[in-house]
Write a protein that binds this ligand. Structure first.
Ligand code: GLU
Length: 469
């Protein structure tokens, strides 16, 4: 039997990092089993049926390495609506489902509770279909439903505790629970690897598989992803969109490596491993069922390591979207014609060791391309204390007279200028750095001045001096 797995996102306008994790796990499982990965867009909610959202899903998958053309699909749940209705009809015809005209209020009034499930009032009324009548599944009164789950063992559910749930609404449209099962059935899915959030649906869905006469799939419910407060990641509170990480400059390799660590780890004492190792070593059965902490700080540190490991030309290439303004976040503050690729190449190795996400390249190098630096006023106030004016004068004079404009000479010259005033290099450096780059932190100063060149450095020192008493 060929293993067939699927990733079945509901379009929401963004791609949840937890979804990306499930997609990768499905992808690897299919690969390891010589199976097939199917993409199905669960678009039956009309409000969710926007073509750009589907495009967003496809491009997010591309980005993490699940490239279009290498899997089956995308299929769209809405295209299978006929099958969903036919299955509902079959369940009714075989007596496994019945029509119900109870309102929520009526059910609540009978049970005296707002929370009680459906009480089976219409089970034996034999109502024909009709406007406003929902179709309910007749759950067995006895026995248990045992879910075979590769991660969780065999969660077992008492059938009598499962209410007669709705499978088609009053307008005849099948609900998600049924549509999802029918799609898996028509697509020959053998393994359903999905988020833990769906586990409460699983016994109901398995009952539907049984009632429709098809052997249910093997399940694997991967752990819920939580924030540092152990709350389920929510799009209102947490940064959950894969696109947000991509746009900030997380590397796809770092991201997918990190995502695979949510609930699993490769052998040995390592976390950063090549994708080929993950593909080889990952075992669904080894995934820890407990909630997985999505640690943004750790991901950031991870990304920094991935950035540092890039060969310099690859790092330069990876920075381009942020340098040229084609990244979908704010464009850089310089005009395209101000950008100087050689100057960037000269400082790139210095920047590479200092940034954790690629978008951080911009504030590190903007001083090189702008006519005058963007001054951080707080940094200015701190650096330009008493004596700064004189120090800048002395530095300007010494730099004007400097024979060789190289980092080493620039450093020793400023060291000497500082020493004359009883200042250590760090102190002498601060006003120069802010005058030239606008900031108190950044790339190594003297290498920066070397690349910036004498004329522009001196002009900036003089411009800063004018602002000082
Ligand atoms: N469309 C569902 C979701 O995005 C997935 C259901 C499933 O994987 O079975 O949560």
């Amino acid at each position: 039997m060929t293993v067939r797995v699927r990733f079945a996102p509901s379009p929401t306008g963004m791609f949840h990092v937890g979804g990306a994790r499930s997609a990768l796990q499905n992808w690897i499982y299919a690969k390891q089993q010589g199976g097939v990965f199917v993409l199905r867009v669960e678009d039956t909610d009309a409000a969710r049926n926007r073509p750009e959202w589907t495009e967003g899903i496809l491009s997010a998958l591309d980005w993490i390495g699940i490239e279009r053309g290498t899997y089956e699909g995308p299929y769209f749940q809405s295209q299978n609506a006929g099958e969903h209705r036919a299955a509902a009809q079959r369940l009714h015809d075989s007596g496994r489902a019945y029509y119900c005209d109870c309102t929520r209020e009526a059910v609540q009034a009978r049970s005296g509770s707002q929370y009680a499930g459906y009480d089976g009032f219409c089970r034996d009324r034999g109502l024909p279909p009709g406007e406003g009548r929902a179709l309910r599944f007749r759950t067995p009164d006895e026995g248990t439903t045992v879910v075979v789950d590769l991660i969780r063992g065999e969660p077992t559910f008492e059938n009598r505790l499962i209410e007669d749930f709705v499978i088609a609404r009053g307008d005849g449209s099948p609900v998600f629970l049924l549509a999802n099962v029918v799609d898996d059935m028509t697509m020959g899915i053998t393994h359903v690897i999905r988020a833990e959030e769906h586990l409460p649906n699983t016994p109901k869905q398995q009952l539907l598989w049984d009632a429709l006469g098809v052997k249910p799939p093997v399940w694997a419910h991967v752990p819920v992803v939580v924030n540092e407060k152990r709350q389920k990641l929510s799009k209102r509170r947490d940064k959950v969109a894969l696109e947000a990480y991509r746009d900030e400059g997380y590397l796809a390799d770092a991201m997918r490596n990190y995502l695979m660590l949510l609930g699993w780890a490769p052998s040995g004492d390592r976390e950063i491993v090549p994708w080929s190792v993950i593909e080889e070593e990952f075992r669904l059965a080894e995934v820890n069922p407990s909630p997985a902490f999505f640690d943004e700080k750790k991901l950031r540190a991870f990304n920094g390591e991935y950035i540092r490991a890039l060969p310099v030309p690859e790092f330069v290439a990876a920075c381009q979207p942020w340098l040229t303004g084609t990244a979908t976040i704010a464009p850089p503050p310089w005009q395209p014609e101000q950008f100087d690729a050689d100057a960037f190449a000269a400082v790139a190795p210095l920047a590479q060791t200092r940034i954790a996400v690629l978008s951080e390249i911009v504030p590190n190098v903007d001083f090189l391309f702008l006519d005058s630096p963007l001054i951080d006023e707080a940094a200015w106030a701190k650096a330009m204390k008493e004596g700064a004016g004189e120090l800048l004068d002395a530095a300007t004079a010494a730099y004007t007279a400097l024979e060789s404009w190289d980092a080493e000479s620039l450093k020793s010259t400023l060291e000497a200028v500082g020493a004359e005033r009883g200042l250590k290099l760090g102190k002498a450096q601060a006003p120069v750095r802010v005058a030239v780059t606008g900031r108190s932190v950044g790339l190594p100063l003297f290498e920066s001045l070397e690349v910036l060149g004498r004329e522009r450095t001196l002009a900036r020192l003089r411009a800063a001096r004018v602002r000082l008493p």
